[in-house]
Ligand binder design. Structure first.
Ligand code: AMP
Length: 334
């Protein structure tokens, strides 16, 4: 399905649940930015997804502004992309509710993210938000007639659930939703924790943040994190995620930033030590962070961001309300 301007729709979102990491950038935002000319593009602050577990309201509010400023600093262009806050478009909540009712308990129980995160919550009980947030994500995607959703590997399953539920709804109630495709880039789709390269790099890092590169990290601190990244004893810069997860992770970071192939990296660092290789990765990461941080300061102005979000919500709501209305009619509620 194409929209008025004859372009297909691309959409993605990030939770304002702490400072964005290089994993968010390389796994999702960079892929979005590189394609924003080719699609009718929407990017949103997934603020409703940030309250699946209790949050300090003042921190959350700050994170929302930080997140939009970071989108802009990473190259999201408001002249090409509609930027909005999820909670400002009320259709998300309503369609999310409707899509929850199309879903089996078993389907949500099988979501890998739920299984992983619910294990960490067993003491006080598992939050329902953690269980049902994938159906809100289904609504986020379907409301905009989205064709492509660039996400990291951890979110792939949720986009697949979106397809399943859209198909189910269409079969039950008539053709209403477009089935989206997921875009998981071949490189950088799961950036790993630098200190524990068996785990994804997350905004919350139990190891004093030493394994996570935040986009706002002090440059010297970021350099140190790369230089002390955990590797192995093979002394060979070689891409092998099973045997050499730490080195392969650093290779993915370098390749995704510069566009260089794994083969070329292996060739260049043949018979050179890990120290030299890490230094090169650190240089590229620091260059990237410097560029992003200098732009971030310019954009982090509340009045400017409020205006941008206001305009974005009006535009997003136009499409969202048409789709919601279509689904209400299909259900017999309108
Ligand atoms: P989140 O921070 O969980 O809201 O994720 C926002 C986007 O960043 C999603 O598309 C994730 O799949 C992606 N993402 C988060 N962490 C990583 C990572 N370590 N590597 C690659 N992509 C990631």
């Amino acid at each position: 399905m194409k929209n008025e301007n004859n372009k297909k729709v691309m959409l993605t979102g990030v939770r304002p649940s702490g400072n964005l990491t290089i994993g968010n950038y390389l796994g999702a935002i960079k892929n979005f930015v590189e394609r924003q000319d080719s699609y009718e593009s929407y990017i949103f602050i997934a603020d409703l997804h940030a309250i699946t577990s209790p949050r300090n309201p003042a921190d959350l509010k700050k994170s929302i502004y930080d997140c939009i400023a970071m989108y802009l600093a990473c190259g999201v262009d408001p002249n090409k992309t509609i930027i909005f806050k999820q909670s400002a478009v009320l259709e998300h909540g309503t369609l999310g509710f409707i899509m929850t009712f199309q879903t089996k308990m078993g389907e949500l129980s099988r979501m890998t993210q739920f299984k992983l995160k619910s294990q960490q919550q067993t003491k006080e009980g598992v939050d329902t938000g953690l269980f049902v947030y994938p159906t809100l994500m289904v609504a986020d995607i379907l409301l905009y007639n989205t064709s492509i959703v660039p996400v990291g590997k951890d979110q792939q399953q949720h986009v697949e659930l979106t397809r399943d539920l859209a198909e189910r709804f269409n079969k039950r109630y008539g053709q209403t939703f477009l089935l989206p495709d997921v875009y998981v880039a071949p490189i950088g789709n799961k950036i790993l924790n630098l200190q524990n390269p068996n785990e994804k790099m997350n905004k919350s890092d139990s190891g004093n943040n030493k394994g996570t590169i935040f986009l706002l990290d002090d440059i010297a601190v970021a350099r140190k994190k790369i230089m002390s990244a955990k590797t192995d004893n093979f002394n060979s810069v070689h891409f092998d995620e099973e045997r050499q997860p730490g080195i392969s992770n650093l290779m993915s970071i370098l390749a995704k930033i510069t566009g260089e192939s794994f083969q070329s990296i292996e060739q260049r660092f043949k018979n050179r030590g890990y120290g030299e290789f890490k230094k090169e990765v650190a240089n590229e990461v620091c260059k990237l962070l410097e560029e992003i941080q200098s732009k971030y300061k310019k954009f982090n102005n509340q009045e400017f961001l409020d205006n941008l979000l206001f305009e974005g919500a009006i535009q997003a709501q136009k499409t969202a309300s048409t789709t919601l209305s279509k689904s209400l009619t299909a259900l017999g509620l309108k």
